[in-house]
Design a protein around this ligand. Structure first.
Ligand SMILES: [Zn+2]
Ligand SMILES: [Zn+2]
Length: 348
């Protein structure tokens, strides 16, 4: 089968801190598209014929060494495909089913976090496209307990962003605790934020939403999706915000969002890693009961809840489609914020 493989991870740390991101263009063609043998499912697993796979900023974090994964690895954790083979010990999933695979590939089920429903914090957590091979490939295997039934009627590339951008956005949305009358700031407006704003508009019609982005394309999309105010991160919105969600890869945004947060406000940071340091002053950024909450990937119930939300209300997922052989361009466009909405590989 054809697959996109990352064979080595870049080492970009300097004196313990990541280098500044604008100085670091994505290494030339970090993903090698080549022929590899098709995997076969072990006990409890299914073989999936991949139709589409989203390209996520986390894939860049993996390639650039900020997220530790095994190599060689086939990245990709926003997978949509059809089950073509079912191994022994599998129930509830059958050949021919349209399914999705998300970042959570396996959790132990017995540690204190799993026992409390925080399988995203599991001490033995395994991630798709990191610990296990992912969906930048014609076929992949996944544990049947970690696949999700998806509608057959929707194009695969429109479903792919739901599996990470949408589901983790949903978790960030829930952690934000938005209440009626709140003013909400969204920092960065890529794959995840453009879905989250639609959820907020649907479920919290009384809130005001302010979007902070450096990209003109993203600003235009934000206005079309109902933002009340759109500006550059250095600009001041009409009023301070009660809740902020940070979708950006840089540390400066945390400081800026906290500057704009009301007393008692909460900032939710939707990022595995930051490429630049976060420098805070307790009195000006945190005093007055302002709080910061990170989002650590996703649980299966987050993904299921978000698929239910999607089935009920729909999401207008803006996607930019690339072929598997064009994966390196997709990554470069994503890193340069040149994509509108979510980049997705059309596999077959
Ligand atoms: Zn992702
Ligand atoms: Zn566990």
């Amino acid at each position: 089968m054809k697959a996109g493989i990352v064979r080595e991870l870049a080492e970009i740390r300097v004196e313990g801190l990541p280098r500044r991101y604008p100085e670091l263009p994505l290494k030339d063609n970090p993903v090698e598209v080549t022929d590899v043998s098709t995997p076969s499912p072990s006990r409890g697993q299914v073989l999936i014929s991949v139709e589409a796979c989203g390209v996520c900023y986390t894939d860049i974090d993996i390639i650039e060494g900020r997220v530790k994964c095994r190599v060689p690895v086939i990245p990709g954790h926003q997978v949509v495909g059809r089950v073509v083979e079912v191994s022994e010990g599998v129930s509830g999933v059958a050949s021919g089913d349209r399914v999705g695979v998300a970042w959570i590939a396996w959790s132990c089920g017995v540690c204190e976090y799993c026992a409390r429903g925080y399988e995203n914090l599991c001490v033995d957590y395994k991630a798709t496209g990191c610990d296990f091979d992912g969906g930048y490939a014609e076929y992949m295997v996944s544990y049947a307990d970690y696949v999700y039934r998806l509608p057959s009627s929707v194009e695969a590339e429109r479903l792919a962003p739901l599996m990470c951008a949408g589901s983790i956005g949903w978790r960030a949305y829930k952690l934000a605790g938005i209440q009626s009358g709140h003013r909400v700031g969204l920092f960065g407006f890529g794959s995840s934020a453009h879905i989250v704003i639609q959820v907020i508009r649907r479920l919290n019609p009384s809130v005001e939403v302010y979007v902070f982005t450096r990209s003109r394309d993203h600003a235009e999309l934000a206005r079309r999706l109902g933002a009340d105010w759109v500006g550059h991160p250095s600009e001041n919105p009409p009023r301070r915000v009660n809740v902020a969600i940070d979708f950006t890869p840089v540390g400066e945004t945390v400081r800026r969002a906290l500057e704009l947060l009301e007393r008692g406000g909460r900032l939710v940071v939707n990022a595995i890693s930051k490429q630049t340091p976060i420098v805070l002053d307790y009195t000006s950024h945190l005093w007055m009961e302002r709080e910061v909450k990170s989002v650590a990937n996703v649980t299966r119930s987050d993904v299921r809840e978000f698929i239910n939300y999607y089935s009920q209300y729909g999401v207008d997922a803006h996607v930019q489609v690339y072929s598997l052989s064009d994966v390196n361009n997709a990554l470069r466009d994503l890193k340069a914020a040149r994509t509108r909405g979510a980049p997705v590989l059309r596999i077959k």
